[in-house]
Design a protein around this ligand. Sequence first.
Ligand SMILES: [Zn+2]
Length: 163
Amino acid sequence: MQAEAPYRIGMGFDVHALAAGRALILGGVRIEHPVGLAGHSDADVLVHAIIDALLGAAALGDIGHLFPDTDPAYKDADSLQLLAGVTERLARAGWGIVNVDATVIAQAPRLAPHFPAMADRLAGAMSIARERIGLKATTTERLGFTGRAEGIAAQAAALLSAL
Ligand SMILES: [Zn+2]
């Protein structure tokens, strides 16, 4: 029981480059697109930002610390499974997830049609109701690396409460 501070807030941020020959997986959903995100794991930038928000709120380090990209175990890893593992780790530390809010920063493709499916996957991995997950998307008006479609970024905030 964490009676002295029953709530904790955290934030996460992640970026992956877009590359040919890779699948685009966001929020655990595979999206048809000519290019996908490059990375050691499935490069799900949205899930990675959420994981860092959760870990940050609990002061448990960050995703690179827990799942090093030098570890072959995480090659092409399903990030949703990593998220489920982090949720269990939070529970063992005495924390439950109140809500998560996230923004994906991408010039393309249009993501709103995929949000319901993403919320379902994320809710399953975190064992919370999908109504506790806010998903948003924005472009950077063709400015910067996201605007030039060289990569996709994601930001997330999470609130934890003591179990
Ligand atoms: Zn990442």
